[in-house]
Design a protein around this ligand. Structure first.
Ligand code: TYD
Ligand code: MG
Length: 449
């Protein structure tokens, strides 16, 4: 057998680490079957390293912070931490068709600075067609279909844009590597090179990456470690609204969300999301209640719906949209054990209306009360909001930022709030809403039913 000259390594498609030997399980992230072979490019090994200087922190502190460039969409600015920071590397992930290219084009147009849109995925005509729909300002926007990494870098050198969009990372390749575009080694190498370029040339680079519905695809997940900011765009074909979420942000708060409507002429900001989420709310129907959620720094009121019915045969079904499945199981157990409602033979369905996903335990009280309301067939008053984490003893535990959440509820005309007594402070008491502090879920039931 001929001896292999090129060095072989094994790259994990889940965490991006590489190893000299193949393994069934990745030693770093413990995922199974994610290691695949790749050849280490000789070019990469031959790269010359420039030694960087060391600086005293005092000198670094004296440098003025960089300006933020507004993107023209205040929702996107908020998620980015107050606009686009020059020299930052941003990953924009999302499932195909959710609106990533649309958002990227809006940003290119909105910054009113020189921007380069690398559309390795779509033809220039397709991009132009979209640009026409979005009424993009074309003056400072340049397009290229280049998909070779060195070519892209050459364009950046020549054009000196302030923003580069790479749409998408799955179609870009370094021809020095002998793997296909979209493979883990290509994505990692291209991501690394783009990172170097953004820092050396002080250009912001927005990398678009597809994520499948399961969210497992190699690419974007692997890049998360490298980039400064990770944005995910979420949305559902059934709704017009799209949610932009910061999963990581080195220059701003994470878990900030931006909410848009996708129309025929692109994305539009939604200034008051609570109104949108409550637009079609059901009133006086057992099983629904209102939960003032907090997404990033912004309160959004959502309707929590539960339907509890007798299971006809076999194991009862439990189904939840927008909330943690296991946590729902825990809440059902609390209902059964601490509140005496027989749930073992019931099907339970829970839905957070509008496609919002909440992983804050503050939603527990609203969910448990909605489920109880459906079980007992007694509706919850339409002007009540419910908040609180529920513990295993059936106690209602404190939550964060109660004041902000209640302010939003009061603004939207809600009159009563059932809240954890431990979270009530002087500021909360000043809000124009009828406060009902509770220590246990059963206290809340006494008020409601
Ligand atoms: P797109 O930005 O191409 O998605 P992605 O880059 O994430 O794959 O947008 C895809 C969908 O959005 C497509 O089904 C058409 C729709 N769309 C609108 O509804 N309005 C618009 O103005 C545009 C440009 C697209
Ligand atoms: Mg696209």
């Amino acid at each position: 057998m001929a001896k292999l000259k090129t060095k072989t390594a094994y790259l994990c498609s889940a965490c991006g680490d590489d190893f000299p030997k193949w393994n069934g399980q990745c030693p770093t992230c413990k995922e199974w079957g994610t290691l695949s072979e790749f050849k280490v490019s000789p070019k990469k090994n031959g790269r010359i390293h420039e030694l960087r200087e060391t600086k005293n922190l005092i000198d670094v502190l004296s440098v003025e912070p960089k300006d933020r460039i507004p993107t023209g969409l205040s929702e996107a600015d908020r998620v980015l931490g107050g606009g686009l920071l020059s020299g930052s590397l941003i990953l924009l992930g999302g499932s195909p068709g959710v609106g990533k290219s649309t958002l990227a084009l809006h940003i290119c147009s909105g910054i009113n600075r020189k921007a380069l849109y690398i559309s390795a995925e779509e033809s220039e005509e397709q991009v132009a067609l979209r640009a026409r729909r979005l009424h993009v300002n074309p003056d400072q926007l340049f397009l290229s279909g280049e998909n070779e990494l060195d070519g892209i870098i050459a364009h950046i050198d020549r054009l000196k844009p302030e923003l580069v969009v790479v749409d998408s990372i799955q179609t870009v390749m370094n021809s020095g590597l002998d793997s296909l575009p979209g493979s883990p080694s290509q994505i990692r190498d291209c991501g690394q090179r783009l990172l170097e370029v953004s820092k050396q040339k002080n250009v912001s680079i927005l990398i678009v990456g597809h994520v499948t519905k399961e969210g497992t695809i190699a690419g974007p997940k692997m890049l998360e470690h490298m980039v400064d900011t990770v944005l995910y765009m979420e949305g559902d074909d059934r709704y017009d609204h799209r949610i932009l979420r910061a999963a990581k942000n080195r220059f701003g708060a994470t878990h900030e969300v931006g909410i848009f409507n996708m129309n025929e002429d692109g994305l539009h900001e939604i200034a008051n999301p609570s109104e949108m989420f409550l637009a079609e709310r059901s009133v006086n129907i057992p099983g629904t209640s209102i939960y003032p959620s907090l997404e990033g720094t912004r309160p959004i009121l959502v309707e929590v719906q539960a339907l509890v019915s007798n299971a006809n045969f076999g194991t009862p079904q439990r189904n939840v949209n927008g909330f943690d499945y296991k946590r729902l199981g825990m809440l059902i157990a609390v209902l059964e054990k601490r509140l005496g409602l027989l749930m073992g033979t019931k099907d339970v369905f829970v839905n957070l209306v509008g496609g919002l996903r909440v992983d804050d335990p503050a939603a527990d009280l609203s969910i448990i009360c909605s489920a109880a309301s459906s079980t007992m067939d007694k509706s919850i008053g339409e002007d009540i909001v419910l908040l609180g984490e529920v513990g295993l003893a059936g106690e209602v535990r404190s939550i964060n930022r109660l004041e902000q959440r209640l302010n939003e509820a009061a603004t939207l005309g809600f009159k009563k709030a059932i809240v954890p007594s431990a979270s009530v402070n002087d500021k909360v008491k000043k809000i124009k809403i009828d406060l009902h502090p509770v220590k246990f879920v059963k206290d809340a039931f006494q008020i409601l039913f």
